[in-house]
Write a protein that binds this ligand. Structure first.
Ligand code: ZN
Length: 133
């Protein structure tokens, strides 16, 4: 193997590692209808995050001070909210309830035990209690 090939090889390895460890959420597809803000791929985002739609919905409604409804795969919020704000909140949800505080991986699940919730990491086994849900 030549030096160039070795280098290529090393680079492709680095790329692979960074792309698999960095988790990208699907970009929220947001449209407006009158005074409603609609996340059109809400179902997809929730399942990508491996979270219950109800939980993501509750978080967004609370944080954005909006009433909302899930209809099919879409989330309707009954006020107009700038797209950036909605996306920022989704990112915040991800940081708060999905990503493991210990290893940074998103392979986690929320577990309930005797009314107490925690985020359990499937990658490193870490358990983080969560107090608001
Ligand atoms: Zn972890």
């Amino acid at each position: 193997m030549s030096y160039d090939e070795l280098l290529d090889n090393a680079y492709s390895k680095i790329e692979k590692e960074t792309s698999s460890s960095r988790f990208e959420m699907p970009d929220a597809v947001i449209t407006f209808e009158g005074n409603k803000t609609i996340i059109n791929n809400f179902g997809k985002i929730s399942s990508y995050l491996n979270r219950d739609e109800k939980h993501v919905e509750k978080f967004l409604e609370k944080e954005l001070a909006a009433k909302g409804d899930v209809k099919g795969h879409r989330l309707f919020l009954y006020i107009k909210i700038p797209k950036k704000q909605v996306k920022d909140k989704l990112r915040e949800y991800f940081d708060k309830y999905v990503v493991c505080k210990n290893c940074g991986k998103p392979d986690t699940e929320i577990k309930e035990k005797k009314g107490k919730y925690s985020i359990n990491c499937l990658a490193c086994g870490d358990k983080q209690p969560i107090y608001s849900i």
